[in-house]
Ligand binder design. Structure first.
Ligand code: GLC
Ligand code: GLC
Length: 814
């Protein structure tokens, strides 16, 4: 069942009924000011950091699930009836409801009783504010007199404190109202030098800033007393819950439309210019007033919206493909790239499943996110890499996360994940492959953000590798530490106390439990670092790292092979995890994907055997599950993984993040048919028709789809913020379509399904636009290239002469 449709031309998803199985959301903003918005206008906004600088309040896990956001109410003066054109929160049976989620904007509206209301929400580029552009149209045969009410609820900045510290917070809220603009200034008198404002383009009939005055006691957003009565209370918040609401009265003749603009913004003032007059406690509003004046002018609003559109046209134009498969085209050209921007910006901090207070930017997550993001804005990837590396520990290890506002690492979500540092090598290499900018290796970056500890980034990469070598276990496989990529395989934890966090509780030192997965990752990373060293003339390092990679390969082959697949780990007792010797959890996806991606066993059939085992034991029609058989009871020696009911999350759920590892592995084994088949099983667009089963948005990947052991097999959860976005983008574009940046240039090595006769692509790479045509002439995967009509050897495009803007590439698959 469908709840909407793709409008590929406009790069929009159009939701045509408001009661989607779950809120279907979008992100506003892609620089510093961000918002999350659902298809019924729910959600919230923040500046840079969803935890520390929350602008509006949101209550997670609410009933209904999604309540509170950017609501507009229309009230008919004649009948006294009121409703919300976004359906929520009043839930009137509106006609012609639609929500168009586009690139950085969302338009929601409907018609009720002949009055159409439609609001376009977006964040202009370069601004710290959001615009709500409301158009009201009278489709009746008679004139209409209406009141328009806006509404938002301010958050008292620190979102965690805001939802827990009521004995203080009910007394601190403060606002000012001037010229119809509502200024939220809680804590501005003392240590904050920022405030929020909520403005309107029209002359007001009234306003409200105190929640209780607006809603009325014992009422909710579905039935505000002020809207019901048709008269704002002009309330001023003193403590309790500051909100922002404007009332505008309009009269419309039949057929007439009116636009009203609301501006919700964030403003910082220099410390010595906080107040005006300087000796007062009144907010200095000068800078804010300039911005507000700008966007009270509709022409500037339109211009800002066009600029946003251009930004996305340009950003997405880096790679556009035309393949025989609609779902591939749509995801690669529009939505998967767009989701990669969101995961780059948010890491795993703020979605409808990540509360914005739980997690900052993850070390391993952010490095992997670069795989799908780097081509869009390489300069920001560079900055991110340097930020991440600056939090690295001197041991080569990593803080598991850092807060974007402070850029300081912390242990709030645990530490000692032994895979963490290796991802930095992949992140950096991804950036250099894209840009050719090796200068980043010489950037001086501190350890643990400690001034004086600066070393070239290359040194950080070396320490990352050394970190693994310093921590080998009894089989000379890497020790797992708290966990590896799989946060929930906690082999040193032994937790028996309810409520204890598997991520942060005291661990055993752990000299026995080893990870075959990290073994594979190490091989991959060591070879990548060896490549880097080779390209930049550090021959000694190249030799050493290749040797280490080879040695680890041998170790994995010897101690990490179970006969038909790769073992997953050794536990604290030295027993195999992910082996036919186990009763449950005999086979895991991670070690199959990572070891084959690292090239282990490709020549001797081990890899093929492992992939065959994945196919027969792990693959389902909804995707590939993480492990089988699922754990049906709690294993204290395995930890969190066995705390999940069978089929969910890391316990045999379809963890979409590592499905692309298998997809990549299949292309490495030359199986284009199998690779695309797996790709389409979890491709959101391909799942659009089973909306009632899948339930999450059909335009972005979820973290997880319930596995075959779950009663809700096929049901997706945790949409948007997941490594799935980057890895799938990477798998389809670089391995199936085979357009792959390397240190030496752009490689063209497609492994496409046999039924495809070819495809075309435009790829902007290091300043050159490559127009690529791929044609299948034989049944294999070997490629011959012509470049601007001339045959070229190998499969890496030669660097074009300086000054070349465009190159035509023909690739023939033989
Ligand atoms: C979550 C985490 C990621 C981890 C994965 C598997 O997606 O963000 O870091 O690798 O779960 O546990
Ligand atoms: C839980 C989740 C895992 C996530 C982790 C983050 O362990 O199962 O997916 O990565 O929390 O801390």
């Amino acid at each position: 069942m469908r709840y909407g449709k793709f409008d590929d031309k406009r790069k929009e998803y159009v939701i045509t009924r408001p009661d989607t199985p779950l809120p279907w959301i979008n992100y506003l903003g892609c620089e510093a000011y961000f918002g999350i918005i659902s298809n019924t206008a729910g959600g919230y906004s923040f500046y840079k950091d969803a935890r520390l600088r929350r602008i509006t309040r949101y209550r997670y896990n609410n009933a209904p699930f999604d309540m509170g956001g950017r609501y507009i109410y229309l009230r008919d003066a004649a009948s006294g009836e009121f409703w919300s054109p976004s359906w929520m929160p009043t839930r009137h049976a509106a006609e012609r409801y639609s929500c168009r989620h586009g690139m950085g904007y969302t338009t929601i509206g409907s018609t009720y009783n002949g009055i159409e209301g439609r609001t376009r929400y977006f964040v202009p580029m370069g601004e710290n504010l959001e615009i709500w552009q409301l158009t009201v149209t009278n489709r009746r045969k008679k004139p209409a007199k209406l009141s328009v009410f806006s509404s938002i609820e301010f958050c008292l900045w620190d979102a965690w404190d805001d939802q827990t510290n009521f004995q203080r917070n009910f007394s601190t809220g403060q606002v000012e109202v001037e010229d119809g603009v509502i200024y939220h200034k809680t804590e501005y008198r003392e240590r904050r030098d920022h405030f929020a404002y909520f403005a309107c383009s029209e002359k007001l009939a009234g306003f409200d800033t105190q929640r209780d005055a607006f809603l009325g006691a014992y009422r909710g957003w579905d039935n505000p007393a002020v809207v019901e009565s048709g008269r704002s209370a002009n309330s001023i918040a003193h403590g309790w819950a500051p909100i922002g609401s404007h009332q505008v009265k309009i009269s419309l003749t039949p057929g007439e439309s009116k636009q009203i603009v609301f501006i919700l913004g964030y403003q910082e003032n220099p410390k010595d210019q906080k107040f005006l007059p300087a000796d007062s406690q009144t907010v200095n509003k000068q800078n804010a007033k300039t911005v507000i004046a700008k966007y009270r002018d509709l022409q500037n609003v339109e211009a800002a919206f066009r600029a946003l559109g251009q930004y996305w046209e340009e950003t997405l134009s880096v790679l556009q493909v035309d393949t025989p498969d609609l779902h591939t085209n749509r995801m690669v050209n529009i939505w998967n790239a767009y989701q990669c921007m969101a995961t780059f910006n948010m890491s795993r901090s703020a979605s409808f499943y990540e509360s914005g207070v739980g997690r900052g930017l993850g070390f391993r997550d952010s490095n992997q996110d670069l795989l799908g993001f780097v081509q869009m804005v390489p300069s920001r990837a560079r900055e991110r890499i340097l930020d991440l590396a600056a939090t690295q520990l001197k041991s080569g290890g990593a803080f598991h996360q850092y807060q974007p506002l402070t850029k300081r690492g912390n242990n709030d979500v645990g530490s000692g994940f032994n895979d963490d540092p290796l991802w930095l090598i992949l992140g950096v290499n991804t950036y250099i492959k894209e840009t050719g900018d090796a200068s980043i290796l010489n950037e001086k970056v501190p350890y643990e953000n400690e001034p004086g500890s600066e070393k070239p980034l290359y040194d950080h990469l070396q320490r990352s590798l050394q970190y693994t070598l310093d921590r080998l276990g009894p089989h000379k496989l890497p020790l797992i530490g708290r966990a590896d990529w799989n946060d929930c395989l906690n082999l040193n934890c032994f937790s028996d106390t309810p409520g204890q966090s598997f991520q942060t509780t005291t661990n055993k030192e752990g000299k026995t439990a080893e990870s075959v997965f990290i073994g594979g990752l190490f091989v991959l990373a060591a070879n990548e670092l060896a490549d880097l060293a080779e390209t930049f003339d550090r021959r000694g390092d190249t030799k050493r790292y290749r040797w280490e990679a080879e040695r680890m390969k041998e170790t994995v082959r010897k101690h990490g092979w179970d006969g038909e697949w790769f073992v997953r780990a050794y536990d604290d007792f030295g027993r195999k995890v992910g082996s036919k010797e186990c009763k449950e959890g005999q086979i895991f996806i991670e070690s199959q994907g990572m070891c084959v991606m690292a090239g282990i066993g490709l020549k001797d059939g081990m890899a093929q055997k492992a992939l065959e085992s994945v196919k027969t034991r792990l693959a389902t029609r909804h995707g590939i599950v993480l492990n089988q058989p699922a754990f049906t009871r709690y294993y204290i020696e395995y930890g969190e993984i066995s705390s999940y009911p069978p089929g969910y999350k890391e316990n045999a759920g379809i963890f979409c993040h590592n499905n692309p590892w298998i997809i990549i592995a299949e292309t490495m084994a030359g199986n284009g048919d199998q690779a695309l088949d797996y790709y389409l099983r979890i491709n959101p667009s391909a799942r659009e028709g089973i909306g009632e089963v899948h339930r999450c948005e059909p335009y972005v990947y979820p973290q997880m789809i319930a596995g075959r052991d779950a009663p809700t097999h096929g049901e997706a959860k945790n949409s948007w913020l997941t490594g799935t976005a980057a890895w799938n983008f990477y798998a389809i574009t670089q391995f199936i379509l085979g357009i792959r940046p390397t240190l030496k240039g752009l490689r063209i090595a497609p492994v496409i399904p046999s039924r495809w006769t070819g495809f075309t692509a435009v790829r902007k790479y290091r300043g050159v636009t490559y127009r690529i045509t791929v044609k299948r002439s034989g049944k294999g995967n070997s490629v011959s290239l012509t470049v601007d009509g001339k045959a070229a050897p190998g499969d890496v495009l030669p660097l074009p002469a300086p000054g070349t803007d465009e190159v035509a590439v023909e690739a023939t698959i033989n």
